[in-house]
Design a protein around this ligand. Structure first.
Ligand code: LRH
Ligand code: MN
Length: 424
């Protein structure tokens, strides 16, 4: 579904007066508004191809209507999000859920839709119809060399799909592990996995990155073979300069200090990117910033501190991706909310008075340090995020435009209500 620019311009026209009041207000409050707005304009978050339909749990999946039934329709939905917020200009494909039938045609479509291909994702956590050997007891860790080879070949095939589309990275998340004590030799599982990752690493084009995504538990519930940031860092260091760790916010044990993990991985130059989502209990894959917005702000605070310490480019030097599942919300509304939450946390972290913060830290002035952080967190920066959209031709308020124009209804009339998007 194409969204005409004049619909956005009319929407912005109606909201301009109120918006201008809010921008003028914050301009009087903050010193560096212009540089913040230009950073927000450059910032983009990739949308997962597997989160454009309704997600489910092992109990049930209540499918929504007007879902994208093909890769082309998924790309159109990402282009629609990007047209609305100018911050979602890339799609992250999951293979085999989104195998491009014709790379040239798909690449051409991406150009027409003004979107790019972010990291490609392999899948050795499910057995496909035509698959010879099962991943029931793991993939790269497997005791059977033939199963390990099957998984290595799949990852190399995924790199080839990505290369043909112009992607520059692969995310390897392994569901490998064990459910019971005694089931697995941890050392051999690690060494088999490292050996497999080395073969996949050697198939990477020179300008590619490999993201090693860790997860504390699920679908294995006693051990995971890439179970935490330390193990992922161990693999990335042993693999080489093109290998990095990937932080999925939902993949930690309860109360883990994710912002500290981020700070140290950045310091070690081994932080590759993120899968943003939110959670209250486990890997709930909820809307970003919907449960723990302060944690998201603290993570961006460490990101800015660490990236500026190394003069990194905020927009392009790390992989910014969402990884969420929408069980009860319209997937596109959920993704608009997630991108908004990320942009707000990024903007709040950009207004932190870093000079005063380091003074307070050097004076062990704990109260002052907290006041400085919370002053930024309690500043309403939504008008800055909206101004960045306005200046780049997007909508001041994407969600209200999406609803006011009944875009979901239009998608249903185009696609019908029985389409089911591939994914989780
Ligand atoms: C695993 C994970 C991984 C994806 C999958 C869809 O929980 O976060 O990033 O491959 O979700
Ligand atoms: Mn993930």
């Amino acid at each position: 579904m194409k969204l005409d620019q004049d619909i956005i311009d009319k929407h912005n026209q109606n909201l301009l007066v109120k918006h201008q009041e809010r921008i003028d207000f914050i301009k009087n409050q903050l010193p560096n508004v212009e540089s913040i707005i230009s950073k927000l304009i450059d910032f983009n978050v990739a949308i997962p191809s597997w989160a454009l339909g309704t997600g489910g749990t092992r109990f049930a999946r209540f499918s929504g209507a007007g879902e994208p039934g093909t890769l082309e329709e998924k790309m159109e939905d990402v282009a629609l999000l990007h047209k609305l917020n100018n911050s979602s200009g890339a799609i992250s494909l999951h293979i085999p859920w989104d195998i491009p039938q014709d790379h040239f045609v798909i690449k051409q479509l991406a150009r027409e839709l003004n979107i790019n291909f972010d990291a490609v994702n392999s899948n050795t956590f499910q057995d496909q119809q035509d698959q010879a050997l099962s991943y029931k007891f793991g993939s790269l860790q497997h005791v059977d060399k033939a199963v390990r080879k099957q998984a290595i070949d799949h990852n190399i095939e995924v790199i080839k799909h990505g290369e043909a589309l112009g992607s520059k990275s692969i995310t390897v998340w392994l569901s490998d592990g064990s459910c019971f004590p005694g089931q697995l030799n941890f050392r051999k599982a690690f060494q088999n996995t490292l050996e497999g990752l080395k073969e996949i690493y050697s198939a990477l084009p020179s300008d590619w990155k490999m993201f090693v995504e860790y997860k504390a538990y699920e679908p294995n519930f006693y051990s995971m073979t890439v179970g935490d940031w330390g193990q992922s860092l161990l693999y990335a260091n042993k693999l080489g300069p093109k290998a990095y760790t990937l932080v999925d916010l939902g993949h930690h044990l309860p109360n883990a200090n994710i912002e500290q993990i981020v700070s140290l991985l950045l310091m070690e130059e081994k932080l590759g990117g993120f899968h943003f989502n939110d959670s209250k209990y486990g890997d709930d894959d909820l809307t970003v910033g919907s449960i723990k917005p302060y944690q998201l702000f603290l993570i961006f605070n460490e990101l800015i501190e660490g990236m500026d310490a190394r003069s990194m480019n905020h927009a392009s030097d790390l992989g910014w991706m969402i990884d969420a599942s929408h069980n009860v919300k319209d997937p596109l509304e959920d993704l608009l909310q997630s991108v908004e939450a990320i942009m707000i946390s990024y903007a709040q972290a950009l207004i932190v008075d870093r000079k005063s913060l380091s003074e307070a830290q050097n004076n062990n002035d704990v109260v002052r340090a907290q006041e400085i952080l919370q002053d930024a967190f309690r500043t309403d920066v939504r008008s800055l995020v909206a101004e960045a959209r306005l200046r780049s031709g997007a909508a001041i308020d994407p969600l209200s435009l999406y609803r006011a124009n009944e875009i979901r209804m239009k998608l249903v009339s185009e696609r019908g209500s029985s389409r089911k998007a591939t994914g989780l």
